[in-house]
Design a binder for this molecule. Structure first.
Ligand SMILES: [Zn+2]
Ligand SMILES: [Zn+2]
Length: 141
């Protein structure tokens, strides 16, 4: 499946006969809206800010369901915390070592030039890459 958006995910789930509950919709909208990986706590907090209250058990169940459906994938970070993000999304992460938030970042030309150079130097065929930048976010700087 190509990178899912909330809309394509809803269509996909509906076609498979799954119900789109309010909680499910909210989690899909949150996680498939961009590539920032969120912990369960962050999912709960952000949904609350958006006016949707779901409990922790429901959140875990929805995340497991969406992971099983291949829409979301979980990533374990250095701090040992599991975070959830859009499956197949780009993994360029800004990781705040102070408040532990993880934010996705887009690079205009990505690593095209670097990958080309690596390929020429090593004959290694690169399928994908991940980048992690550690530091302090704007709130903690
Ligand atoms: Zn921070
Ligand atoms: Zn990249």
């Amino acid at each position: 499946m190509t990178l899912a958006t909330p809309e394509t995910a809803f269509t996909f789930l509906r076609e498979k006969g799954f119900r789109l509950t309010k909680g499910r919709r909210a989690v899909v909208n949150l996680l498939l809206g961009d590539d920032s990986p969120l912990s369960v706590n962050e999912v709960l907090e952000r949904l609350k800010k958006r006016g949707t209250n779901i409990n922790r058990v429901t959140a875990y169940r929805e995340l497991a369901f969406l992971e099983e459906m291949g829409l979301v994938e979980s990533v374990q970070f250095e701090d040992g915390m599991r975070r959830y993000a859009r499956a197949g999304g780009h993994r360029h992460h800004l990781i705040c070592t102070s408040c532990k938030t993880v934010e996705a970042v887009e690079l205009p030309h990505d690593l095209d030039v670097m990958e080309k150079r690596i390929r020429q130097q090593t004959d290694f065929t690169i399928d994908r890459h991940e980048l992690e930048f550690y530091g302090r976010c704007r709130k903690c700087a």
